[in-house]
Design a protein around this ligand. Structure first.
Ligand code: APR
Length: 250
């Protein structure tokens, strides 16, 4: 990890007036949750159009629930890692206004972050496709798949499948923040899925500076990123936040 990049990233964040973060699956990899793309990515094992598209879910809920229950077993036992904790700390210091996350694992909230916009929904709640009744994942028996409602309808997690719209509140709030932010921290996302990936570009057009944290370069790195910190988010984000703390105390 290049110390100089961490220092430059911390200076930008410490000087920011409205700092937001956009996070992706990479920030939860160190909590044991596989990312989607790249080496051990989930989409190496499953075809996303087969198991993550709303039409596939309606056509074959049993098959989609096989993948979902595997993912739930991992997510429900996952704990926030130092990357999540660092962003919660940054918010407590008054240097992070909100996190826009593409993740559905609720680990930012479990780490103590207060303002988290779940751009792709959340796996913590489910809805009956037949009667619309809401369920918490804690009240669902995952030994029986697909899980069903008391009315007999099939339950669907409140996550955004391919082919589904982004929750209107999340879309509106995220782009309103992207237009006002003067710093965007982009951590653990391959920046390939829209409209989430548009957020750093929107902010950049308004003059924001972009700090990117990733194991490897993404389409953002050579275009809108001002400081690229290459490495694990669980190591880099705590180092950046520690440096921000030092800077704002002096
Ligand atoms: N630290 C930092 N970055 C990491 C780490 C780590 N420990 N591990 C992996 N990464 C990076 C990878 O290099 C990759 O760029 O995280 C990124 C993960 O990319 P994806 O798996 O594509 O995840 P994400 O960008 O969140 O996907 C966006 O695609 O399938 C849909 O809805 C799903 O929300 C998801 C969306």
């Amino acid at each position: 990890m290049e110390d100089n990049a961490v220092k430059r990233a911390a200076e930008i964040i410490a000087g920011g007036k409205l700092v937001i973060a956009l996070t992706g699956a990479g920030i939860s990899v160190e909590s044991g949750i596989p990312a989607f793309r790249g080496a051990q990515g989930l989409w190496e094992k499953y075809d996303p159009m087969e198991v993550a598209h709303i039409e596939s879910f309606r056509r074959n809920p049993q098959k989609v629930w096989q993948m979902l229950s595997e993912l739930y077993q991992i997510v429900l036992n996952a704990k926030p890692n130092p990357a999540h904790v660092a962003l919660a700390r940054l918010e407590q210091m008054g240097k992070l206004t909100a996190i826009i996350t593409q993740n559905v694992d609720a680990l930012h909230q479990k780490a103590g972050s207060k303002r988290v916009i779940e751009f792709h929904g959340s796996g913590e709640s489910l809805t009956c496709l037949k009667c619309g009744k809401d369920y918490s994942i804690d009240d669902v028996d995952l030994k029986q798949i697909p899980p069903t409602c008391s009315c007999g309808g099939i339950l669907k997690p409140d996550i955004v499948f391919f082919g589904e719209p982004i929750p209107p509140y999340a879309l509106e709030e995220s782009f309103a923040l992207a237009q006002k932010a003067d710093v965007v921290i982009v951590a653990g996302t391959s920046a390939q899925v829209y409209p989430a990936a548009q957020i750093p570009y929107t902010a950049k057009q308004r003059g924001a500076r972009i700090v990117e944290v990733n194991l490897e370069p993404t389409p953002l790195t050579g275009s809108v990123t001002d400081v690229f910190c290459q490495g694990k988010a669980g190591q880099i984000l705590p180092a950046i936040v520690e440096e921000v703390e030092r800077l704002i105390q002096t």
